[in-house]
Design a protein around this ligand. Structure first.
Ligand code: ATP
Length: 453
């Protein structure tokens, strides 16, 4: 363990005042009970990374570990501490996971704390009293907690309680790795234990501009060659939790500005196999993803479109048709997404076959309006340049064109309301799209000609 210390006033300067107050209150509550409280995980890492910078850290997610013995064997110290904090902050929501291990406090758009999520875990799992002032017992229990974590840079703990408040507990060389800009796992089995850590490692590497340390890269390689992807990519009800985490990591990556670089690194490491054995980021897929990126800028305003999800669908759509549905189900995508991928081979060939026969914009609109936006994007990425241009033109222009007259206008013109209104409006729309008519006057003339009263 390297001895290190962080100036707590320095930490105070980095955090929003309300957040700092929360940590002070949590520490007091722990101290009153004779417990130790640590800040762990991403917040410590980000704090150390930002040491040079002076700006306030935007921390919205805090992980705390409390090390203490609770007199009742049914409640963990973390849960009790969370309850104590909720009394001070009644507006926070308290979630308790597992019998006694962890609790989460959530401030959802609170005027003071905004959106904040505080996880409180219990380090000690043995339920016998120990001398509170025994530093050996104490070090071993926080060490144990940190040892379960993914990378050295995420396995640093900052002690918040006195004595020695501000002490940085660095059992695994996390500080050196931060300085050397390296992502390093804590032990050889880490990726076998949890293959989603491969995706986490890539995410941190690309996000911070770090390297995956050489031995860690070999462990990843070993894990992939020994077939961890069987556990992540097979339809397998025994590991739904693993699939849920994989999906969460994919979402994290695909939502980030660096998603394309992250996918490239995953490909280099052979880790895309965890989605499906055949998935490869080849030139064709790369091209589709780049096109998608451009198209997302255009369509991101559409509320229904979830950019990370369509990116994931593009990855899945790159697989042979017979695997798509299974992979989508496996990753627990929503039903509409599963259906879309299941039918994609068929819809793609329909559109690719019929679209070139359409001569007028109105024919294109008639054909394409039966498909949802996501399907059209997937088909456009698959199709030729011509197909893509027509789909883009449809999505950006033609789909938004309205007939020059509406139902009210028809009524005022003296047409009797009825089912034929639909047909009249459709005809008007087609004539508008095809530039047969350009204004209301021409529209009325068009009606007079085709629908004499
Ligand atoms: P971010 O800034 O992206 O939220 P984070 O490090 O806070 O980064 P979380 O996903 O919130 O990421 O995880 C919090 C902490 O929990 C991590 O720092 C890590 O110590 C631990 N952790 C999360 N997921 C895993 C995992 N799959 N295996 C081991 N430890 C994990």
């Amino acid at each position: 363990e390297r001895e290190n210390h962080i100036n707590l006033p320095q930490l105070e300067n980095k955090l929003a005042p309300q957040l700092w107050q929360l940590l002070v209150k949590a520490s007091q509550a722990a101290e009153q009970r004779g417990w130790h409280l640590y800040l762990v995980g991403g917040a410590v890492r980000d704090l150390l990374l930002s040491e040079a910078a002076t700006s306030t850290l935007m921390i919205t997610d805090i992980d705390l570990v409390v090390d203490g013995f609770h007199k009742s064997a049914d409640v963990g110290a973390g849960v009790e501490l969370a309850k104590a904090l909720q009394e001070i902050y009644p507006q926070a929501r308290l979630d308790i996971h597992g019998a006694f291990q962890t609790a989460a406090l959530l401030w959802h758009k609170d005027p003071e704390l905004d959106s904040l999520w505080v996880d409180i875990a219990t380090a000690r799992t043995e339920f016998y009293p120990y001398p509170a002032a025994n530093p050996e017992v104490e070090a071993s229990s926080i060490r144990q907690d940190l040892y379960r974590r993914d990378f050295t840079i995420n396995a640093l703990a900052l002690r918040l309680t006195s004595p020695r408040a501000g002490e940085l507990m660095d059992f695994f060389g996390g500080l050196l790795d931060l300085q050397a800009k390296q992502i390093r796992v804590l032990h050889a089995n880490s990726f076998i234990e949890d293959p989603t850590r491969i995706f986490r490692g890539v995410r941190f590497a690309v996000r911070f501009g770090f390297q995956i340390e050489a031995q860690t890269a070999r462990y990843i390689n070993y894990a992939i060659h020994s077939g961890v992807y069987d556990r992540t990519s097979q339809e397998n009800s025994r590991t739904p939790a693993l699939q849920t985490r994989l999906k969460a990591e994919l979402k994290h990556i695909l939502e980030a500005p660096y998603w394309l670089s992250a996918l490239q690194l995953l490909e280099q490491l052979g880790a895309l196999k965890c989605i499906h054995h055949d998935l490869q980021l080849d030139g064709r897929l790369l091209r589709k993803l780049r096109l998608l990126e451009r198209c997302l800028h255009k369509f991101a305003i559409q509320e229904t479109l979830i950019p990370w999800q369509i990116s994931l669908e593009v990855l899945i759509a790159h697989l042979d048709g017979k695997y798509r549905e299974k992979v989508a189900k496996n990753l627990q995508l929503p039903d509409d997404s599963i259906t879309r991928l299941k039918k994609l081979s068929q819809t793609t060939s329909e559109v690719i076959e019929l679209l070139p026969n359409c001569q007028f914009p109105s024919q294109i609109v008639n054909l394409l309006r039966t498909y949802d936006l996501e399907t059209l994007i997937l088909i456009a990425l698959e199709g030729s340049c011509l197909i893509r241009k027509q789909i883009w033109k449809y999505l950006t222009t033609w789909a938004n064109i309205q007939p020059l007259l509406n139902g009210n206008d028809l009524k005022q013109l003296g047409y009797k309301p009825g089912p034929q209104y639909r047909k009249m409006l459709d005809d008007l729309l087609a004539a508008t799209l095809d530039a047969v008519i350009q204004n209301r006057e021409e529209a009325e003339g068009f009606l007079a000609q085709h629908y004499p009263r």
